[in-house]
Design a protein around this ligand. Structure first.
Ligand SMILES: C[S@@+](CC[C@H](N)C(=O)[O-])C[C@H]1O[C@@H](n2cnc3c(N)ncnc32)[C@H](O)[C@@H]1O
Length: 303
């Protein structure tokens, strides 16, 4: 089952497009503990959450990420899924691209126990032979060696973190554990604020960034869309094949040099708006006239 928005706390985060408390950040450890407790309750109280795929199914993004995963994968390679929940995303990437080891991590011990049981008894065809399931905070993955993972995955976990600092910590940690020839795939809410964070992280890690917008249609007309970001040292040429928007490493978000070389209309439309208006739905930045007022000047003319 695909689910774009979660329960309770995540739902609040989803609607704001950002982590809870962005406006008034809590100390990181308090927020992390609060979020961990929240996710514990989600997985404990709702059986469907234990097999839920947030944002999308693997096959929805497979066409876009395949060429990047293919070039990063090898039989001894590890695929790491951070904040994996009950998702099969990691297993599907491992199977499709012939990687050797599946490393599943989540902050909630309950879902990690469920995953351990799932893979201990995994008898289905193509089930991974080598799997590790561990409780881990994706903003601090010190038990994972630097430069050790061929493919790193995040689906919905960046969205679930508290504030910009934790998001940046997580992205930098994913970059640290990524092998030199590896790729990091991050699927997240199509929040305009997400783009500069991804661009800043790519710049700091000296990685290239490619973003594709996926969904049923233009969010301006009410369609739900999500971002698929790919980060890696050498992502090839932008704008070829399946259509994508390429943003070379080191480019500033407000730099007009952004390469709008997409054959994909949805990606081009949405990211152009993000660039111009910091919005996925508006063409222009908000002006003074857009400000909400209870009364306008004509109100004075009425008795
Ligand atoms: C929206 S769900 C996504 C689950 C799964 N990746 C998917 O695509 O279906 C977010 C997941 O992030 C996990 N999470 C939240 N904060 C985390 C953290 N600091 N470190 C690791 N996992 C975290 C939650 O427990 C939850 O499983």
């Amino acid at each position: 089952m695909v689910q774009g928005q979660g329960f309770g706390l995540l739902h609040v985060m989803a609607n704001s497009g950002e982590g809870v408390g962005d406006a008034n950040p809590l100390p990181t450890h308090d927020a992390t503990a609060m979020l961990a407790e929240h996710w514990g309750k989600v997985y404990e109280n709702n059986a469907t959450a234990r097999t839920r795929e947030w944002h999308c199914e693997y096959h929805d993004v497979q066409g876009f990420i395949a060429r990047f995963c293919e070039s990063a994968s090898h039989p001894e390679g590890t695929v790491l899924d951070v904040g994996c929940g009950g998702s099969c995303f990691g297993e599907r990437v491992l199977g499709d691209f012939g990687l050797g080891h599946l490393f599943l991590t989540d902050i909630d011990p309950g879902i990690v126990e469920i995953l351990k049981a799932r893979y201990e008894t995994a008898l289905h065809e193509g089930a991974p032979k080598s799997v590790t399931c561990e409780v881990m905070d994706c903003t601090d993955m010190k038990s994972i060696a630097s430069n050790s993972c061929a493919v790193v995955l995040d689906k919905g976990t960046l969205d679930a973190l508290h504030g910009e600092k934790d998001k940046m910590r997580m992205l930098l940690e994913c970059g640290r554990v990524l092998a030199a020839s590896g790729v990091f795939v991050s699927v997240s809410f199509a929040s305009a604020k997400r783009v500069p964070v991804l661009m800043e992280a790519a710049k700091r890690m000296r990685l290239q960034l490619r973003i594709k917008v996926l969904g049923q249609g233009d969010p301006r007309f009410g369609h739900t869309v999500y971002f698929v970001a790919v980060l890696g040292k050498d992502l090839g040429t932008a704008g070829t094949g399946t259509g994508c928007l390429g943003t070379g490493s080191g480019m500033d978000f407000d730099n007009d040099d952004l390469a709008y070389a997409s054959e994909d209309e949805l990606t081009q439309t949405v990211l152009t708006r993000v660039h111009r208006a910091s919005s996925v739905i508006e063409y222009d930045p908000p002006s003074k006239e857009d400000e909400l007022t209870l009364f306008d000047e004509s109100d004075g003319e009425y008795p």
